[in-house]
Design a protein. Sequence first.
Length: 170
Amino acid sequence: MKKKHSVLLMRGFTLIELLVVIAIIGLLSSVVLASLNTARVKGQVAATQAQIKQYATVFELYYDAYGEYPDSGTLSYRCLGEYSDGRCWTNGIVQGTMLDNELSKVISKAPGGPMVGSHEGYIYKCAERIDDMCTKIEVRWFLNGTYQNCSGELVISNNYEGNTYCRMLR
Protein backbone atom coordinates (compact mmCIF):
# COMPACT_ATOMS: atom_id res chain seq x y z
CA MET A 1 0.00 0.00 0.00
CA LYS A 2 1.36 3.32 -1.08
CA LYS A 3 1.34 6.32 1.22
CA LYS A 4 -0.18 9.46 -0.14
CA HIS A 5 2.06 12.42 0.26
CA SER A 6 0.40 15.62 1.13
CA VAL A 7 0.37 18.27 -1.57
CA LEU A 8 2.24 20.68 0.73
CA LEU A 9 5.20 18.34 1.11
CA MET A 10 5.65 17.89 -2.62
CA ARG A 11 5.38 21.57 -3.50
CA GLY A 12 8.65 23.52 -3.81
CA PHE A 13 9.52 27.08 -4.69
CA THR A 14 9.02 28.19 -8.24
CA LEU A 15 11.85 29.74 -10.20
CA ILE A 16 10.12 33.13 -10.09
CA GLU A 17 9.84 33.02 -6.29
CA LEU A 18 13.52 32.15 -5.95
CA LEU A 19 14.56 34.95 -8.33
CA VAL A 20 12.44 37.48 -6.41
CA VAL A 21 14.06 36.48 -3.10
CA ILE A 22 17.56 36.64 -4.61
CA ALA A 23 16.81 40.06 -6.11
CA ILE A 24 15.60 41.39 -2.75
CA ILE A 25 18.68 40.05 -0.96
CA GLY A 26 20.92 41.60 -3.64
CA LEU A 27 19.20 44.97 -3.33
CA LEU A 28 19.50 44.97 0.48
CA SER A 29 23.16 43.96 0.38
CA SER A 30 24.02 46.70 -2.13
CA VAL A 31 22.40 49.30 0.16
CA VAL A 32 24.38 47.99 3.14
CA LEU A 33 27.66 47.92 1.17
CA ALA A 34 27.13 51.48 -0.07
CA SER A 35 26.56 52.62 3.53
CA LEU A 36 29.69 50.82 4.68
CA ASN A 37 31.77 52.45 1.95
CA THR A 38 30.49 55.90 2.95
CA ALA A 39 31.36 55.16 6.57
CA ARG A 40 34.84 53.97 5.54
CA VAL A 41 35.55 57.18 3.61
CA LYS A 42 34.29 59.30 6.52
CA GLY A 43 36.57 57.35 8.85
CA GLN A 44 39.59 57.90 6.60
CA VAL A 45 38.84 61.62 6.34
CA ALA A 46 38.46 61.90 10.13
CA ALA A 47 41.74 60.05 10.70
CA THR A 48 43.60 62.31 8.24
CA GLN A 49 42.10 65.44 9.82
CA ALA A 50 43.21 64.23 13.25
CA GLN A 51 46.77 63.60 12.00
CA ILE A 52 46.96 67.05 10.41
CA LYS A 53 45.80 68.65 13.68
CA GLN A 54 48.46 66.64 15.52
CA TYR A 55 51.11 67.83 13.07
CA ALA A 56 49.97 71.44 13.56
CA THR A 57 50.42 70.98 17.30
CA VAL A 58 53.85 69.36 16.81
CA PHE A 59 54.98 72.24 14.60
CA GLU A 60 53.88 74.78 17.21
CA LEU A 61 55.61 72.82 19.99
CA TYR A 62 58.77 72.73 17.90
CA TYR A 63 58.51 76.46 17.21
CA ASP A 64 58.03 77.22 20.92
CA ALA A 65 61.04 75.07 21.84
CA TYR A 66 63.48 76.16 19.10
CA GLY A 67 62.26 79.57 17.88
CA GLU A 68 61.74 78.31 14.33
CA TYR A 69 59.85 75.62 12.46
CA PRO A 70 61.59 72.34 11.59
CA ASP A 71 63.54 72.77 8.38
CA SER A 72 63.41 70.18 5.62
CA GLY A 73 66.84 71.36 4.46
CA THR A 74 65.54 72.54 1.10
CA LEU A 75 62.87 74.78 -0.38
CA SER A 76 61.42 71.78 -2.25
CA TYR A 77 58.82 69.47 -0.75
CA ARG A 78 59.71 66.45 1.38
CA CYS A 79 57.53 63.64 2.69
CA LEU A 80 56.08 64.26 6.10
CA GLY A 81 56.16 61.00 8.02
CA GLU A 82 57.59 57.59 7.29
CA TYR A 83 56.87 55.52 4.17
CA SER A 84 57.99 51.98 3.43
CA ASP A 85 59.70 52.93 0.16
CA GLY A 86 60.98 56.30 1.45
CA ARG A 87 58.80 58.19 -1.03
CA CYS A 88 55.34 59.72 -1.06
CA TRP A 89 53.04 61.74 -3.31
CA THR A 90 52.81 59.24 -6.16
CA ASN A 91 56.28 58.02 -5.22
CA GLY A 92 57.84 61.23 -6.55
CA ILE A 93 58.86 63.11 -3.42
CA VAL A 94 61.69 61.84 -1.25
CA GLN A 95 61.31 61.20 2.46
CA GLY A 96 62.85 64.02 4.49
CA THR A 97 65.42 62.29 6.73
CA MET A 98 66.63 65.62 8.08
CA LEU A 99 63.02 66.64 8.76
CA ASP A 100 62.26 63.32 10.49
CA ASN A 101 65.31 63.82 12.73
CA GLU A 102 64.15 67.32 13.64
CA LEU A 103 60.60 66.19 14.38
CA SER A 104 61.90 63.33 16.53
CA LYS A 105 62.91 66.00 19.06
CA VAL A 106 59.22 66.59 19.86
CA ILE A 107 57.41 63.38 18.80
CA SER A 108 58.54 59.78 18.81
CA LYS A 109 57.42 58.85 15.29
CA ALA A 110 55.92 60.97 12.54
CA PRO A 111 53.02 59.05 10.98
CA GLY A 112 52.74 58.85 7.22
CA GLY A 113 49.54 59.75 5.45
CA PRO A 114 47.12 57.45 3.64
CA MET A 115 46.81 56.76 -0.07
CA VAL A 116 44.14 59.04 -1.52
CA GLY A 117 43.53 58.57 -5.23
CA SER A 118 46.98 58.50 -6.80
CA HIS A 119 48.67 60.46 -3.99
CA GLU A 120 50.08 58.97 -0.82
CA GLY A 121 50.78 60.90 2.33
CA TYR A 122 51.60 64.45 3.29
CA ILE A 123 54.25 66.77 1.92
CA TYR A 124 56.07 69.55 3.75
CA LYS A 125 58.46 72.36 3.01
CA CYS A 126 59.94 75.40 4.69
CA ALA A 127 58.08 78.16 2.87
CA GLU A 128 60.16 81.07 4.14
CA ARG A 129 63.58 81.55 5.72
CA ILE A 130 64.74 84.67 7.52
CA ASP A 131 68.32 84.82 8.81
CA ASP A 132 68.77 81.10 8.03
CA MET A 133 65.75 80.22 10.21
CA CYS A 134 62.56 78.59 8.94
CA THR A 135 59.83 81.10 9.79
CA LYS A 136 56.98 79.72 7.68
CA ILE A 137 55.99 76.18 6.69
CA GLU A 138 53.61 74.64 4.23
CA VAL A 139 51.96 71.21 4.42
CA ARG A 140 49.79 69.69 1.67
CA TRP A 141 47.56 66.63 1.69
CA PHE A 142 44.50 65.04 0.09
CA LEU A 143 41.18 63.93 1.57
CA ASN A 144 38.98 61.22 0.01
CA GLY A 145 35.99 62.68 -1.81
CA THR A 146 35.01 66.13 -2.96
CA TYR A 147 34.09 69.11 -0.78
CA GLN A 148 35.65 67.74 2.42
CA ASN A 149 36.61 69.86 5.42
CA CYS A 150 40.36 70.59 5.46
CA SER A 151 40.38 70.94 9.27
CA GLY A 152 40.02 74.71 9.04
CA GLU A 153 42.92 75.01 6.59
CA LEU A 154 42.96 76.26 2.99
CA VAL A 155 41.21 74.21 0.31
CA ILE A 156 43.31 74.29 -2.86
CA SER A 157 40.76 72.31 -4.87
CA ASN A 158 37.42 70.72 -3.97
CA ASN A 159 37.59 68.34 -6.91
CA TYR A 160 41.16 67.33 -7.72
CA GLU A 161 40.86 63.91 -9.35
CA GLY A 162 37.68 63.38 -7.32
CA ASN A 163 39.33 64.33 -4.00
CA THR A 164 39.85 67.44 -1.88
CA TYR A 165 43.33 69.03 -2.00
CA CYS A 166 44.30 70.88 1.19
CA ARG A 167 47.11 73.18 2.38
CA MET A 168 48.25 74.32 5.82
CA LEU A 169 50.41 77.43 6.00
CA ARG A 170 51.98 78.48 9.31
